[in-house]
Design a protein around this ligand. Sequence first.
Ligand SMILES: Cc1cc2nc3c(=O)[nH]c(=O)nc-3n(C[C@H](O)[C@H](O)[C@H](O)COP(=O)(O)OP(=O)(O)OC[C@H]3O[C@@H](n4cnc5c(N)ncnc54)[C@H](O)[C@@H]3O)c2cc1C
Length: 458
Amino acid sequence: MTVEYILERLSEIVGPDWVASKHELIERYLADETAKGVRPKAASDVVVVKPSNAQEISQILKLATDAGVPVFPRGGGTGLCGGAIPTRSGIVLSLERMDKIVGVDKDNLMVVAEAGVTLGQLEEAVEASGLFFPPHPGDEGAQLGGMIACNAGGSRAVKYGIMRNYVKGLEVVVPTGEILQLGGKLLKDNSGYDLMHLIIGSEGTLAVITQAMLRLYPAFASTATLIIPFESRHAAVDVVPKMLQMGIIPLAVEYVEKDLVKLSAQALGLNWPCEEGSAQLLITLAGENEEIVYDQCERIAELAGNSGAAEAIIAERREEQGNILKVRSEIYTALKPKTFDIMDASVPPAAMGHFMDAIDEIASRFGTKIPLYGHAADGNLHAHIMDNVPPKDADAIKLAIYQEGVRLGGKITAEHGVGKIRNELLPLCLSPKAIELMRAIKGAFDPKGILNPDCALS
Ligand SMILES: Cc1cc2nc3c(=O)[nH]c(=O)nc-3n(C[C@H](O)[C@H](O)[C@H](O)COP(=O)(O)OP(=O)(O)OC[C@H]3O[C@@H](n4cnc5c(N)ncnc54)[C@H](O)[C@@H]3O)c2cc1C
């Protein structure tokens, strides 16, 4: 089949206004938020297509499978491992037109939304119904389909979990064109192998997600965010398991270095409210009333004080708390211009302090400094390899960090995904048999290998 034929067919399927191949129209679809040192090179001869429903996506995928043309699903383009970058000539399938909230179902505590709805849009719609969608990967331009495809985590995973814990139903289109309805507005479903959970976290390699049903929670009557300063990183992270053992399960527990939050605040034109301590914990608490939240704040401040923390700062106003979350979420953006790569390994939560020490030791061996921050209660650490490190050393540093994380019982990626930058590293943490089974699953969904090639598996 010729390129002209494919273009003509795509125009017939979605209408000519929704197919683009000129460079100025497709340029922004050739990159995502991946740091420059590791960002995969995009092919230049790609076509961007913007379908408006699952039926159109079905026809596009059938066409692509028949013609053996690669298709790259794209959400908000906020991914950090090149997953949405079209690395071969083919079709970028953007979900941006599928941005409808189908409905908030208050009785079942669920929302049904199309895959192109952004996190920001979803939060607004859900909050207008008096309900709450806790997950918050840092960029609110991320789309629901991308968040599900990446099984996104973010800072508010401590109490209710990551995307996987919220997805109850999916509509997806498989590469051969069939439209599948998986799961439903159900809290219990044991009907056969769980294909829905296979697709969650499959990074656009098994199916295109077109619609989702997500679990919601009642809005909290009261929330507060604590900033607790420590002079010692170990003192900070050692407080976390003790707090959880006391029965306090916050929405978010983040570890940050003061220098980094100050840099991020400055870039956003905001003031960081805590000058004390080189290491800080940011803890967001939520409860049914102010007394419960205040009592938890006091108990945590006392525990932290006994572990050497200086006086905690408590933010109660919604705007103040929003700014703290924003500053934390945008550390990556502030560091990005000088970042070679951002890592997101996970280790058992109690091993966070050891992991950070090992990373410091690796950094000093290579004569560099590695900024660290992350989701302290989740054992998920972000280490930035900066661009002043020679590329050869950067790869050696990353390998040493991955190996140390795996030695501590961890994995190479906690939430950003494998994408197109970590495929070769999977054998560090998965057995050959596990990878062989993944390849067999990929083959069963996508016999011609058209969907997001070069991603997740090598
Ligand atoms: C400042 C900043 C902070 C961030 N913080 C976090 C964080 O705390 N936690 C976290 O987990 N992530 C974080 N991220 C990463 C990113 O926001 C998430 O990975 C997010 O889930 C990506 O969504 P997206 O819609 O932008 O996907 P894209 O970047 O467009 O795509 C990501 C992957 O999903 C696939 N995909 C997209 N849409 C679909 C679909 N409809 N069907 C099938 N496959 C699809 C793509 O093919 C690709 O493989 C952050 C990013 C930035 C820039």
